[in-house]
Ligand binder design. Structure first.
Ligand SMILES: *Cc1c(COP(=O)(O)O)cnc(C)c1O
Ligand SMILES: [Zn+2]
Length: 417
């Protein structure tokens, strides 16, 4: 009999005992974690969940660990904020923002996936973990491995933002830049996992890692008062998050915590690296890899997304759509969210807002329904593209008259959205 945490091939159904593996030996399909939903349905209630500590682990029956987490026990339960000022500005009735730019401890939703993956690595008796990363995963693995006293090897493309680089190095991880794209880095990490047997969180621990993203969706449903929204707009890199939010809503319905209602999932990528968006907009689920990504949204710049096929299927089957804003639209999206809601997101969040504006304009998202924007990373980590857009502040003398002169003569007019 399969136990919680065992693996099952998504394509052919072959079962495997829980282990650090990720592809089916028969058909090369991806492996997924198995749960005993019937039993969970009997035991898990809204009241039981609501009585637990405000972290992602309040849904532990639907997360793939055998015991309590050994890493990241406080991760999750970021606020879901009603975005009234942004909603009014756009003429939208019910708009929400999920705020993982404020995630503990490393300021992106990657804290969720890494807590699961490193806790699982511990359950497997592994001492060394690692990852291939576009930045936020590097920050999360370095931070959470440090908190567990574990050794980490982290590989990144050598041209990442300084905030992501220093925000990894500070934790004392073995950080290596690779002269190549994320896809080159990822291939190398798969080979490293094979040779050294380390727990590479997004390679051989991927089935467990990916389950951590479901907590983002569980929280949205609980925080909306045990219901799902009409629309979700999610940024996409490898394409896992958007599929796991969809899975989280299906699972909540399956175990009787919410009613099953249609939700349209929409995907967002920067236009210089948008292989999943391109597929969705063409009505395809076949992904054409992008060889040389060129976008300021580096955290999303994966040319050959591992879950691209499932992401585009999830979106197309839900009646959602996808959009790829330009670099200028990404910066405008960051500024609009900051000025209307006081939320400072990184470039990936600018992609989400920029894509949302396009989808509103195209009529793919209506103004009457409820929409959740997924904000997944922190603005202080990607300051570079803002430097060109926001001039440095004026420097005044120390006298009151200096200030008054500036206020009356030189202060530029500010337009408020
Ligand atoms: C990794 C990442 C994503 C997308 O994650 P996938 O599951 O790979 O699609 C979204 N936003 C940010 C900020 C990320 O770092
Ligand atoms: Zn298979």
């Amino acid at each position: 009999m399969t136990a919680k945490g065992d693996l099952r091939c998504r394509e052919c159904g072959r079962e495997y005992p829980k282990s650090a593996r990720y592809v089916c030996e028969d058909c090369f399909g991806p492996l997924e974690v198995h749960y005993a939903y019937d039993r969970i349905r009997e035991e898990l209630t809204r009241e039981r969940i609501a009585a637990r500590a405000p972290s992602m682990w309040r849904y532990s029956e639907l997360l793939p660990l055998d015991g309590p987490p050994s890493v990241g026990a406080s991760v999750g339960f970021t606020p879901l904020v009603r975005a009234n000022r942004l909603g009014r500005h756009l003429g939208v009735r019910e708009l929400w923002v999920k705020t993982d730019h404020a995630s503990f401890p490393s300021l992106s939703f990657k804290d969720r996936v890494v807590s699961v993956a490193i806790s699982k690595a511990r359950e497997f008796g592994m001492e060394i973990v690692g990852c291939a990363s576009t930045g936020n995963l590097a920050n999360a693995v370095a931070s959470l491995a440090a908190s567990a006293g574990m050794t980490a090897f982290i590989l990144i493309p050598s041209d990442l933002e300084i905030g992501k680089v220093l925000g990894t190095a500070v934790f004392g991880a073995n950080l290596v830049g690779i002269a190549g794209t994320y896809d080159d880095v990822n291939r190398l990490c798969a080979e490293i996992a094979g040779r050294y047997g380390w727990g590479i969180v997004n390679v051989n621990l991927r089935p467990y890692y990916a389950e951590g993203s479901k907590s983002f969706g569980f929280e949205i449903a609980e925080q909306l008062g045990w219901r799902t929204p009409d629309h979700v707009v999610s940024p996409m890199a490898g394409g896992s998050l958007v599929t796991k939010i969809a899975k989280s809503f299906r699972e909540f319905a399956k175990v009787g915590l919410i009613e099953e209602r249609p939700v349209a999932f929409h995907g967002a990528q920067g236009d210089g690296c948008a292989p999943i968006v391109e597929a969705v907009r063409a009505g395809r689920d076949v992904i054409r890899p992008v060889k040389t990504p060129r976008t300021i949204a580096k955290s999303l710049a994966i040319g050959n997304p591992a879950d691209g096929y499932y992401a585009s299927r999830t979106i197309l089957d839900s009646g959602g759509f996808a959009a790829a804003p330009t670099d200028e639209e990404i910066v405008a999206g960051i500024r609009l969210l900051a000025q209307t809601e006081g939320i400072f997101t990184e470039t990936a969040g600018g992609v989400t807002v920029g894509a949302y504006l396009r989808l509103l304009e195209e009529g793919r998202i209506g103004k009457d329904g409820s929409t959740v924007l997924c904000i997944t990373g922190q603005g202080l980590k990607t300051l570079e593209p803002l430097q060109a857009a926001l001039p440095p502040p004026p420097v005044l003398g120390t006298k009151l008259e200096d200030f008054s002169t500036w206020l009356e003569k030189d202060k530029p007019e500010k337009e408020k959205p």
